[in-house]
Design a protein. Sequence first.
Length: 133
Amino acid sequence: MASRLGQLGYADYRRSDAAAMRLLRRGPVPVGRLGSVLGVTRQAARKVADGLEQRGYVRTERDARDSRRLNVVLTPSGSAYAQAVVDVIDALNRELGQRVDLAQLIAADAVLRAAIDGEGARERAARAVRPPG
């Protein structure tokens, strides 16, 4: 990711950017929701938002309906960066799909989901890799 984005002029990529930018493409997001999606605390999400803001990709603004809520909003350069992030992810996924067959991808996905989700995912993973019939 970092190398590809660097080639596109975004040498300042951070790991948290991919998930944050994909979410922000859909519209303004409260800091708390950003944290939930990233799996971090509200304080850590604020640091992510601050980093994006310092790089000119987002701005923060108070919610018009609830002034306690701080929304994170893409700037025009942030929209371009978000598109670049999505394009690079799509390209990397296509390249991976050309090197690995579908059964291997399904198995890897199931293992990763099981590792992330815990016990309930173990059963889903077993079903996902079991051949049909």
